[in-house]
Design a protein around this ligand. Sequence first.
Ligand SMILES: [Fe+2]
Length: 415
Amino acid sequence: MSTKTVDYARWRKLISKVQLIAAFATLLAEIVINTILYVTRSQGYSPETIVSKLLRYLLLTSLINFGAIIAGRIILSRIPENSPRQRYVLVMTIEAICIDVAYSHYQFGVTLGIFVIPLSFCILYEDFKLHNITLAVSIAGLLAAAIARGLDPVYNTDIVAETIIAFTILFVFSFFARLIINVLKENRQELLRVQKEAEKAKYVDELNKKNAELAKEKERLNDLTRESILALSNAVEFNDHYTNGHLQRVANYSKLIAEKMELSRDKITEIYYAGLLHDVGKLGINNEIINKPERLNDEEYETIKQHTPMGYKILRDMSEKTDFKDLSNGAKWHHERFDGTGYPDKLKGTEIPLIARIIAVADSYDAMTSTRSYRQSMNCDQVRQELIDGKGTQFDPEIIDIMLELLDEGKITGR
Ligand SMILES: [Fe+2]
């Protein structure tokens, strides 16, 4: 179906008026003209014969045609506006008017001229089916007109020759109408194709622009997140006088382990950030306990253990709203032990998220290689032995193997 917008309502109103005027005008004209013709040309017939012939003619042609026009008009008014069916009724009603004129005046030239109008509508609507119907009705109309004319004693012209000429003109016009419809349809399809492609190109262009904007926005958000993470990490570092670069080192070791495990680039970045923030919960613990130079008593140890759930609370929103979904898990579970005896939740084995298992190894390694006020740092062999001893109990054995490889390769050398 053509996508062309045709103003059916406007045409309907116009044709409706023409129909009504034509119906009454032709009926009146036929009565007057035929009465004159029968009276003046039918010399020799008795007045009774003339009246009888006239009545029969009017009944057979004019009244039937008048009825057809009125019926067409009623049907047209009942079909919803802009319905595709309306075009068929509309064109067929015009045909009825044309055939009516053909019957009334027997002028093939005029008749053909009027047949051009319905066929022109087929071009307007670019409708082959409507064209075929119109052609069939036109042929029937012309034949009926020729037969009516041949039967009428008033006329004596060469009906066969005139009919042949009329049909020839009709078929030639019909052929060109088909041709024009075809060209119009093809042009429309081509136009639609071009329009579709243009729309697609525009859509792709808009999508690319939107994607670029989103990428920019994401980058800005990532920058902001990174700055926030660094600021938070610095705050922890300032608060805890004994860390002395501990967070940065844990982050670096964690990153090296993650790289060796061939994790994705995004995951490696996340693990690095989680290393920087694993002790962020210490911001919520009393400073005196954090910075106490002596070994902690049991009560103080219990208090300091609270830095894990606190860290989780601090980072939860950031984790949820950024790409770093595991950030808070690193802070919460980096003191869990592989054998399930750690804190805060006594998670076991792979129940502990990978990010926390990595940080646990990196964190312990840095603690062993750092000097604290209450103990000296261990030497390389001692550290290696501690890591090996903790395999499967404190630490994930796989991560310990990776850590040992990194030590052997000299990629991690302690302080
Ligand atoms: Fe910690």
